[in-house]
Design a protein around this ligand. Structure first.
Ligand code: GAR
Length: 204
């Protein structure tokens, strides 16, 4: 089984969904480490409750971003981490980190990329009046919300739906699709051809 680390900044419902699936045996990975750039992240509490080592690493303690990232890398190397899963981690990773973990960092975004990039995607799609939006899981590269797409799922927007109803439905989709994508990547059931990620079904 592959070793994963989850990076968080906030509430951690995606992390919780992974923890639940691992407990049920439907996500087969070793979740070895949770790292947060925010001391207040509720996700840290979720991890600790589940008995997973979880740490706040304060970016302000490092003079340069490179030093911060070297420190993160040393923590990941200690745990022999294979893949990094960003789950609401609101910090842009720099070249030091991206070079070290090329095609081994996953992110989830609550819209159908390349539409509605950025930190407020659900709100932006709703306000734009989009009839469909959704969820994207992708590899992370040097540009924001840009790397090769691993999986996407469409969520239609009801004409009379409130923003918070839409938000709830998108989060529910996120919680399913992320574990599925993580499993495929960790089982090495993918190849990357240019921008295209080709997924393979499980051979029984
Ligand atoms: C999720 O909706 C995730 O897609 C989003 O942050 C939320 C984190 O929720 N990420 C982005 O917008 C990245 N651009 P969580 O802390 O409850 O998992």
């Amino acid at each position: 089984m592959k070793n994963i680390a989850v990076f968080v900044s906030g509430y951690g419902t995606n992390l919780q969904a992974m923890i639940n699936r691992i407990a049920k045996g439907t996500l087969r990975v070793n979740l070895k480490l949770v790292l947060s750039d925010k001391s207040s992240a509720f996700a840290l509490r979720r991890a600790k409750k589940a008995g997973i080592p979880a740490f706040f690493v304060d970016p302000k303690k490092f003079t340069h971003k490179n030093d911060y990232e070297h420190h993160l890398i040393s923590l990941l190397e200690d745990e022999k981490i294979d893949f990094i899963v960003l789950a609401g981690f609101m910090r842009i990773l720099g070249p030091v980190f991206l070079k070290k973990y090329k095609n081994r960092i996953l992110n989830i975004h609550p819209a159908l990329l390349p539409a509605f990039k950025g930190a407020h995607a659900i709100h932006d799609a709703y306000e734009y009046g989009a009839k469909v939006t959704g969820v994207t899981v992708h590899f992370v590269d040097e540009k924001i919300d840009n790397g090769p797409i691993i999986m996407q799922e469409v969520v239609s927007v009801g004409d009379h739906e409130t923003m918070s109803q839409l938000e709830k439905r998108i989060h529910k989709v996120e919680h399913g699709i992320y574990s599925e994508a993580i499993q495929k990547v960790c089982d090495n059931r993918f190849s990357i051809r240019g921008r295209r990620v080709v997924l393979r079904a499980k051979i029984r």
